[in-house]
Design a protein around this ligand. Structure first.
Ligand SMILES: [Zn+2]
Length: 336
């Protein structure tokens, strides 16, 4: 077994042991057949780890797909050996997860006075490890764009967890630095040792004051009449830092300015020749679109990306978010 595998199996063992302790606590409070069955499965996985048969398919003795094990360390058979009934159940679970995830996105016709917002969200598979959100609270608009490491259900679960973290932290009205440190701590507690998330958190006021924290994510673009500014990452991704200080960049948005955020599913999309779409192309594209309403910008970018990709399949989750500052002329927003 390679060193990487040993580290991985050890982290799975730790995770299973922690889960086992929590299960035992719950079971001590109240009996449940379902939880007892789950406890049995956890014990069986721990047994397989200790006896070197973890990741071996019980039917064909081949290898259980690593992606499948990453999503479900309790998996005992490879995908090829699932019975039709098990395969259908898996498909049904995934469809349900996809529906739930879709329901957690901001509404497509989100209308918030003073801002014009549009986004594109397209998972590569059934579910996505990207998280995109816009939250109005206390006269401020908050926006989040994140990309959880890995793919599939495990990444999607953490993306949903991130959403819960930010929805509970934002109403506390903390300074952005403190909010990020707390979010990182909460994320760290729920993630597996090898999981992390690149993330941008932004907050703007009715007066156009903008604060951005970029934790390992791609640059945030601010497009306006005077050109494009980009806000690069200035701290480690979530799950990587413990109590590090988070640096927050501040700027001022003028009416008509647009913030554009995206994940690497967009910038790293490849064409038939294996060439990447690239961050520079996005920057140029956004500059050319100015002035432009977010819906047009997002739709034009989708078309541009589809034309670039040609027949090449989508390899990663795609998310793009555009927020334009549109205070009503003569209102407190614009004049304050
Ligand atoms: Zn098999």
């Amino acid at each position: 077994m390679a060193i990487g595998e040993t580290v991985y199996v050890n982290s799975v063992r730790e995770q299973l042991l922690a889960g086992r302790a929590r299960l035992a606590d719950v079971l001590a409070e109240s009996e449940s057949d379902q939880l007892l069955r789950l406890l049995g499965e956890v014990d069986s996985a721990l047994h397989r780890i200790d006896h070197g048969s973890f990741g071996v398919c019980e039917v064909c003795l081949g290898t259980v797909e690593p992606e499948q094990l990453l999503e479900n360390p309790l998996a005992r058979v490879c995908l090829d050996c699932l019975t039709p009934k098990q395969a259908r159940a898996l498909e049904y679970d995934l469809e349900l997860a996809a529906q739930i995830q879709k329901g957690l996105l901001p509404p497509q016709d989100l209308a918030i006075s003073g801002w014009d917002i549009s986004y594109h969200y397209q998972p590569a598979g059934m579910v996505s490890g990207d998280y995109c959100d816009v939250i109005k609270e206390d006269g401020h608009l908050h926006f989040i764009m994140a990309d959880v490491s890995g793919k599939g259900v495990a990444a999607a679960m953490l993306a949903s967890n991130l959403r819960a973290v930010f929805h509970s932290l934002i109403p506390l009205r903390l300074p952005v630095e403190e909010l990020m440190v707390r979010a990182n701590r909460l994320f760290h507690e729920s993630a597996l040792p090898n999981q992390y998330a690149t993330l941008v958190f932004g907050r703007t006021s009715n007066q156009g004051e903008l604060e951005i924290a970029n934790a390992g994510h791609l640059p945030v673009l601010l497009s306006g009449e005077s050109g494009i500014r980009s806000f690069e990452s200035n701290c480690k991704p979530l799950g990587f830092f413990s109590d590090d200080k988070v640096e927050v960049v501040r700027a001022r948005m003028s009416p008509g300015d647009t913030v554009v955020l995206y994940t690497d599913g967009i910038s790293e999309a490849e064409n038939d020749g294996g060439e990447e779409f690239g961050g520079e192309r996005i920057r140029q594209f956004v500059a050319e679109q100015q002035p432009c309403c977010p819906t047009e910008l997002v739709n034009a970018c989708k078309r541009h990306l589809a034309a670039f990709r040609g027949s090449r399949e989508r390899a990663d989750d795609e998310t793009l978010l555009a927020i334009q500052y549109t205070p009503a002329a003569g209102s407190d927003f614009a004049s304050a």
